[in-house]
Design a protein around this ligand. Structure first.
Ligand SMILES: Cc1ncc(COP(=O)(O)O)c(C=O)c1O
Length: 404
């Protein structure tokens, strides 16, 4: 009676295991102040301009003349048009407002998008990877069987991303139908030059594959020569779906807002994926709240942009501080330039969990074991830049001065 695919999912979710270990440690050492650089959750409050827009929208909901009920399934025009103009047209990407689907965030969209594909498709993922892509396909019965020892699914095509290939995946030997790319990347904190992304678009078009491009960390790109959207690449309208989030650029992790872009040209088996997603969204989603969509609109105002850029700069100062500090202390560190994550190689051949345990036990600092993101993450460790500056400095000092 039940969907037995759910039972195939291994163990508990990475972050619940971490939470359990941290709780046990704190109970054993109540006097210790733990610094958490584990979960990728923001800590800065919602910026004033965005908050004012939310307050205004709340007031509108309290008056009969301005009250709003169900939002349009696909999003309010005021937000879709603003996104089309500022995120896309301003960067030379021909994306129309009606190709943008507003949602409650990138987790839902990246987990749900697989529904519009056949049960028989092969997916390709980077390894390590944001776990939602694989788990949502497992739930749909697509990934075959799980090999506990190797930490791999029999029917998933893995594209290892390690320091040996500068965390840039090679084209897989087997041909995928759907390729998940997350750039800038969670967890490795790295990204690829636009030329490399163009190669992926060309590859997908040649193979008839669809790229699901998760650009949740787009706002953290600091280097030129890195694409902010996959639609900056030629031919992407024929092969790519882009997913974005307001969580990390504007601190909406608790507010909830995101969107997915599907160009009208994107067809497979002669069918428009735009049409399928519109149908899926219309049937299973009843619209992101008006108040939140007004908040999202305020993100794009001049003041909103200035304020969120200050927040991003604050996090990126943390990233630079961690990166430089650990590097000076002899660690091999990656990321942290175009993303709020630092990806480090564990010293002395330690496994990711060994490093986690030692860091917690000896320095009371929490990070995320790389192996939790896939087998090629073994021997790596993720620290986030989303803490406060003070806590970042504290964590760094402890890591540098503790003999792990
Ligand atoms: C790669 C990636 N995609 C999506 C999300 C989820 O974003 P949202 O908060 O919009 O659901 C995250 C959150 O950590 C992420 O790292």
């Amino acid at each position: 009676m039940i969907n037995t695919n759910y039972q195939k999912l291994p163990g508990s979710y990475l972050f619940s295991t971490i939470a359990k270990k941290v709780k046990e440690y704190q109970e054993k050492h109540p006097e210790k102040e733990i610094v958490r650089l584990g979960i990728g959750d923001v800590t800065q409050p919602i910026a004033p301009t965005i908050l004012t827009a939310m307050h205004h929208a709340v007031d509108e909901m309290g008056k009969a003349e301005t009250f709003r009920g169900y939002a349009p399934d696909l999003g309010y025009d005021f937000l879709r048009e603003t996104i089309a103009k500022q995120d896309y047209k301003a960067r030379g990407c021909e994306i129309e407002a009606d190709e943008i689907f507003i949602s409650d965030g990138a987790k839902s969209d990246s987990g749900n998008i697989q529904e519009i594909f056949a049960e028989t498709i092969r997916i390709a993922v980077c390894d390590p990877v944001y776990p939602v892509y694989v788990d949502s396909n497992v739930m749909a019965g697509r990934c075959g069987t799980y090999d506990e020892k190797r930490g791999m699914w029999s029917d998933v095509i893995y594209m290892p991303c390690t320091r040996e290939n500068s965390f840039i995946p090679a084209f897989p030997q087997e041909t995928p139908d759907v390729i998940y790319l997350c750039l800038p990347n969670n967890p490795t904190g790295t990204t690829v030059p636009k030329t490399v992304l163009q190669d992926w678009v060309d590859y997908a078009n040649k193979q008839g594959a669809v790229i699901i491009y998760d650009a949740a960390y787009e706002a953290y790109i600091t280097e030129s020569g890195v694409a902010h959207s996959i639609y900056e690449c030629e031919g992407a309208r024929e092969c790519a779906i882009e997913i974005r989030s307001f969580s990390k650029n504007a601190g909406f992790t608790g507010v909830r807002l995101g969107f997915t872009v599907i160009p009208k040209e994107l067809k497979r088996d002669g069918v428009s994926l735009h049409g399928l997603w519109a149908r899926r969204h219309g049937t299973k989603f009843n619209g992101a709240p008006y108040i939140i969509q007004r908040a999202g609109e305020a993100v794009y105002t001049v003041d909103g942009q200035r304020e969120i850029k200050e927040q991003i700069a604050y996090y990126m100062r943390n990233a630079a501080t961690i990166k430089e500090g650990l590097s000076d202390a002899g660690y091999e560190v990656f990321g942290g330039v175009n993303a709020p994550y630092i990806w480090l190689k564990t010293p002395d051949q330690m496994t990711s969990w060994e490093f986690f345990d030692r860091l917690l036990e000896k320095a009371a600092v929490v990070g995320t074991p790389g192996s939790g993101f896939g087998p090629s993450g073994e021997g790596y460790f993720r620290l986030t830049a989303f803490g406060s500056y003070e806590n970042t400095l504290k964590a760094l000092e402890r890591i540098r001065t503790t003999n792990l």
